[in-house]
Design a protein around this ligand. Sequence first.
Ligand code: ADP
Length: 491
Amino acid sequence: MYIVQIASECAPVIKAGGLGDVVYGLSTELESQGHSVELILPKYDSMRYDHIWGIHDAYRDLWVPWYGAAIHCSVYCGWVHGRVCFFIEPHSQDNFFNRGCYYGCDDDSMRFAFFSKAALEFLLVSNKRPDVIHCHDWQTGLIPVMLYEMYKFHGMGNQRICYTIHNFKHQGIDGARVLHATGLNNESHYFQYEQLRDNFNPFAINFMKGGIVYANAVNTVSPHHAWEAHHTDVGAGLSHTIHLHQHKFSGILNGIDNNFWDPETDRYIPENYNIDNIDAKAKNKKALRERLLLQEVNKPIVAYIGRLDAQKGVHLVHHAIYHSLNRGAQFVLLGSATAPDINGQFQHEKHVLNDNPHVHLELGFNEELAHLIYAGADMIVVPSNYEPCGLTQIISLKYGTVPIVRAVGGLVNTVFDRDYDSTKPPEKRNGYVFNDTDYHAIDFAMERALWLWFNDKDEYRMLTKQGMEYDYSWNNSANDYLGIYETIRHK
Ligand code: ADP
């Protein structure tokens, strides 16, 4: 099958979070199963050019219709760790992708509406006719709309769209100008409730809603999050839209790329290990302590890796630092915050804890350090308010680091409480789970994990091994996507 992925991220060249991992990992697995996959991405100034090989002109004069005129673009082609990627570079005063960042600009919706239009235009003029176009998140939500309202009539009538929602929080909301810019010219049509009109703001259109309405198949990134999005407020206003389109909506668990996340082959960690020599993990713990200037003592290391965002339950992350220290553990945090108040809070905390030899807060994004933490820590906390899938707990399991997670979204589908899970036999349980967002809930889960570490090393080792036995690689999930692709391409 010929599949084109269109997205705003692809790890490691463009990665702000799990979306980048998913786009790269899924594409790699599909290729390894013999399918042909190409990716279309924006050409950001701030992406990691050192991860692109052989970049060259692919299409010099792409003219993308925009506000009744056209913007001149160049398209470059290069290989990102084996994947063929096309990067679109617009030449206009808007400077859409030369902002020193991927997201967070006032005109984000216009930037990605343009990208979506440009990606379709590129497919059209370069005569690429994939069986399936796979789009991701709000940034590409208008692609199914434009395919079925415009490009279908210009020779792209056989293309089908799979649309994956990685996070319902950001939906792409803007006014009628987006319709005028992209050439979706029938304003009263698109502003109908059944179409793109935002479910709350009658004067706005909603990109993600457009994606749900027009795509041939829609999914989010875990079965439990699919249920939550349909039946709770986690759908962020789109649950009724999902309800109307439930026949084509599902949840597929994200996988991890085993070539990148494997303690046996990981190039970023000083000591490789696997389930049969898990004690070698201790050397990584030592290296982590040396790197972060933590004291070498008989204590477990509790970690947090992830964005510092309200979604991630930052009040519980903050609490977990002090709870760990009070209970005789060490704590390592690697995270970055975009919200100034959260950033300020953790900067302050870093300052306060600066001289404490049992804690280190690293504020920023650091891929290499993340690998060392996964390998060196004993347990990791994931106290999210909501979590569509979550990769940190999946990576932790693979690295023999016990996850302590809140029972939401994909965390429910991947972590099973050692003491209380009713769905798995004891030998299949792999972590600790809590339900509520108050301090007592996480305290109780952490108490149980720390107690086992201090009092029963053999049982703790057994628990880490049970986690390592889980296979959350792309192998399974890619087959689920292929099932969807097969279904929609014959419709
Ligand atoms: P989200 O997509 O909501 O950010 P996920 O758990 O799905 O969260 O994916 C997070 C990914 O980003 C993981 O691969 C994690 O290791 C990585 N990550 C998050 N924050 C950082 C950071 N500060 N430095 C390095 N890697 C990070």
